[in-house]
Design a protein around this ligand. Structure first.
Ligand code: HAM
Length: 409
């Protein structure tokens, strides 16, 4: 007896059925429109990279989550977990020719072998907007303004989300003032990034392992209560500019934002839903040293990564299905084969006028045709019977109002 095979997508990988694509298109559409409106240029690359470029020495979580393998020529290959190393590679490769500052955008499929939780899959699409070669805080403002705009285009308001903003430079100065030397900050950042994800006692242990004395650990926890950022000129200027741009209500200072990636050097940010139900909607910051670590010239950079998973779940929960159910186009059907030619003619005439038409592929009973037309989301429907074709006229039905108008064939 032969066993029946049954396949599912590998754990954590996603299939997009047409009803899922509607959401994906909504999300991608908003991302692309905002990037365009903010003057970012699209770029792309392959999902496969050399493992060496993506591997991490700094003990970051992503380093352990990389999918990697050897190809038939024993090249060590990896699926990208994020776009930033690839972007750095592409920029470094043409650093002499490119006209800085660059403003580049992409929607990149990324893979991470993650423990799956709400909003975290093993594969996701990540919208990236990066500005390379600019020190001005206006670069941060532009990247943040663009991401906030995309969330608004998707239908969310600043009651639904807030971008938590901090600065590693500022936190570094506070640590330094408490006597914690700079060469230990990387370890401290890595430990502090785990706050909220593990108990404070474990974080204290991590800090001690990183070489901090008992009193320095206590000082570090005290610093994490900081509410006032007036000691940071860059954060002060960022919030002031955001006020002028009109999106300061989307931002809040949060010293607890550290980020799990070690390449950040200045402003860091992470966006969360206000009810605190989901993981981060997007995250990013300034990373001024990444290019030099892969052999490029020193270049300042700031950017963000904005995944499709959390935001889609948030949109579904806050806006519901109505957010994507948009009736559009015309369904054209016919009762018997004798009306098929007239239906084809009508459908192609409507399409040549720019209308979206779903033409039935075979003769149908009217009840079946109209029920399918409604389910498929058509706004209007025309059904041709023998009498219609004989008279050279037909009725165009508005499926929402049920009103009919006569059209000539
Ligand atoms: P990240 O915080 O690791 O940053 O990821 C950015 C965003 O990607 C997250 O906020 C989330 O929306 C999404 N994301 C990440 N991992 C997953 C996952 N397993 N499942 C679903 N969504 C996920 C970076 O990757 C930086 N490279 C961003 C950046 C660009 N910084 C500067 N430029």
């Amino acid at each position: 007896m032969s066993e029946k095979l049954s396949f599912e997508a590998p754990r954590g990988m996603r299939d997009f059925y047409p009803e899922d694509m509607v959401w994906r298109e909504k999300v991608f559409g908003a991302m692309r429109e905002s990037a365009k409106a903010w003057g970012f240029e699209p770029y792309d690359s392959c999902v496969v990279e050399s493992y060496e470029l993506l591997s991490r020495k700094a003990g970051e979580e992503v380093g352990e989550q990389i999918y990697h393998f050897f190809d038939k020529s024993e090249r060590h290959i990896a699926l990208r977990a994020e776009m930033t190393p690839t972007l750095a590679r592409m920029v470094a490769q043409r650093q002499k020719e490119l006209a800085f500052p660059l403003k580049w955008t992409t929607i990149a499929q990324c893979f991470r072998y993650e423990r799956m939780t709400k909003g975290r899959k093993r594969e996701h699409y990540q919208w990236n907007c990066d500005i390379i070669g600019e020190d001005s805080i206006l670069a941060e403002v532009e990247v943040l303004g663009c991401a906030v705009d995309a969330l608004k285009r998707m239908g969310l308001t600043t009651d639904d989300f807030k971008v938590h903003v901090s600065s590693r430079k500022f936190l570094g100065e506070l640590l330094k003032n408490s006597g914690i030397a700079e060469d230990r900050h990387a370890q401290v950042f890595l430990a502090l990034d785990k706050r909220g994800k593990m108990p404070d006692e474990s974080i204290a242990e991590m800090l001690k392992d990183g070489g901090l004395a008992e009193n320095e650990v206590a000082a570090t926890f005290r610093i994490m209560d900081t509410k006032d950022f007036s000691g940071s000129p860059e954060l002060t200027e960022l919030f002031r500019k955001a006020e002028i741009a009109g999106f300061a209500d989307a931002l809040q200072f949060d010293i607890g934002v550290i980020r799990g990636l070690s390449y950040y050097t200045g402003v860091v940010f992470e966006c969360f839903d206000t009810k605190g139900e989901f993981r981060a909607i997007f995250g990013g910051g300034r990373y001024d040293n990444l290019l030099t670590t892969i052999g490029g010239e020193p270049t300042s950079a700031v950017g963000l990564g904005f995944g499709d998973v959390v935001v889609t779940e948030l949109l579904k929960s806050r806006l519901g299905e109505s957010a994507v159910r948009e009736m559009q186009g015309t369904a054209v059907g016919f009762m018997t084969d004798a009306e098929a030619d007239a239906a084809v003619k009508l459908a192609y005439a409507l399409r040549s006028r720019g209308e979206k038409v779903d033409l039935s592929l075979k003769a149908q009973k009217p009840k079946k045709f109209f029920s399918h037309a409604e389910k498929s989301g058509a706004a209007k429907a025309v059904f041709l019977g023998p009498d219609d074709v004989g008279a050279g006229k037909a009725r165009l039905k508005d499926l929402a109002t049920r009103q009919e108008t006569e059209i000539s064939l």
